[in-house]
Design a protein around this ligand. Structure first.
Ligand code: F6R
Length: 367
């Protein structure tokens, strides 16, 4: 049931505070430690000693993995390798005992992700599945399962399951850091405290309404191409925002690391190009701002997602969409929300079916 919403996708966007709250719930009940419950063969001794993490996934789940990579490397100091599952399974990967392979999948039935997980397991790695659907194939193919608890997602474009996956990756990163002693206890509890506040911040963001984002969407409803830029944890948010727009509005999009602009994509820009920048507070924000200045010098229209209270970004953007302040590493959980809504409104203004976009299936069970 859409519960009064005009679409499942909009309803699911509005369920994101709950999706994160449910996913972290008992796992952060104690502010000083993370409790991931029983991960089967992936016990504490293994998590303490694992030499490497490898993440395999497709589509939106891959973007959640990218955010997890920054968190695991920064907080737990474990090297993380990432690959698209359809590439990983055919590249004869170097993987084996001592590796923790994480398969991320909303459905738990994506053929390529399952194949990548099985391959890694056959070679001796331990495989953790991060999955939303209980009883799905991935839960049977893994050594351990960490469930996201987003509830049933009906819209073909993943929204609430994405924020739940990102939250699960943060939990895992913090647990690895706790076990390996790579974060000061005070810093660990500070991050846990901030993570616990994320559902409130998502709710606050959604309560503000989306009139502003709708107006931005209306100005660009006929744009044939949108460029998305980000740096560090803002980059996967840009990738995911661009994927949402292309899936449901059928606009061409490109998403790039802002630092790569001059190496090619800047040639695409003209006065008609909307450029969406994930510009939330971060140590790399000033670098991003200088990339944005280059974009603006080409006359492109800059739409920035920025942190409430940041006074700098306003001078460099045509439109600024604000998200609440949080620890900068956790900002993707907030910054993705306006980008989902932007994609949503562009698609609706074009009269498209957001829940059932053309050519797409919710679950891709064939490679
Ligand atoms: C995007 C989307 C797809 C899925 C991808 C993986 O909105 O829904 O890109 O993320 O097909 O699906 P799961 O997570 O079920 O393995």
């Amino acid at each position: 049931e859409k519960a009064g919403c005009e679409s499942f996708m909009l309803k699911e966007i509005h369920e994101q505070a709950d999706a994160v709250a449910e996913t972290i719930a008992d796992r952060v009940a104690d502010r000083d430690r993370i409790d991931l419950g029983d991960l089967g063969a992936i016990d504490d001794a293994f998590l303490r000693a694992a030499r490497r993490v490898v993440v395999v996934a497709c589509g939106t789940s891959y973007h959640a993995g990218l955010i997890g990579r920054y968190a695991i490397e920064r907080w737990a100091r474990v090297p993380v390798e990432m690959d698209i599952a359809s590439e990983y399974r055919y590249r004869d990967p170097v993987v084996g005992p001592g590796d923790l392979v994480i398969g991320i999948s909303q459905s738990g039935e994506t053929a390529d992700t399952l194949a990548a997980m099985r391959l890694a397991r056959a070679r001796g790695a331990k495989v953790l599945a991060i999955v939303n659907v209980m009883g799905s194939q991935a839960t049977r193919d893994a050594d351990g399962v960490l469930f996201t608890r987003a509830g049933l997602e009906i819209g073909v474009a993943a929204t609430k399951t994405f924020v739940a996956q990102v939250a699960a990756m943060y939990l895992l990163a913090l647990r690895l850091a706790e076990l390996r002693g790579t974060l000061e206890p005070a810093r660990l509890s500070e991050l846990i405290g901030e993570l616990k506040l994320i559902p409130h911040r998502i709710a606050a963001l959604l309560e503000r309404g989306d009139a502003e984002i709708r107006a931005i969407a209306a100005r660009h409803r006929d744009a044939r191409f949108f460029l998305y830029l980000g740096r560090h944890v803002g980059l996967p948010v840009a990738l995911e925002g661009a994927l949402k727009l292309k899936e449901i509005s059928y606009s061409a999009t490109d998403a790039y690391a802002a630092g790569e602009m001059k190496h090619g994509p800047i040639a695409l820009l003209d006065e008609a190009t909307p450029v969406v920048c994930v510009a939330t507070d971060a140590p790399v924000l000033y670098k991003l701002i200088s990339n944005v200045q280059e974009v603006r010098a080409r006359g492109a229209h800059v739409i920035a997602v920025a942190t409430e209270g940041n006074g700098e970004i306003g001078a460099h953007a045509d439109d600024v969409i604000r998200v609440p302040a949080t620890d900068w590493m956790l900002a993707p959980l907030l910054a993705i929300v306006p980008l989902q809504l932007l994609a949503y409104h562009v698609a609706r203004l074009r009269g498209l079916d957001v829940d059932q976009p053309r050519n797409l299936a919710k679950t891709v069970t064939v490679e």
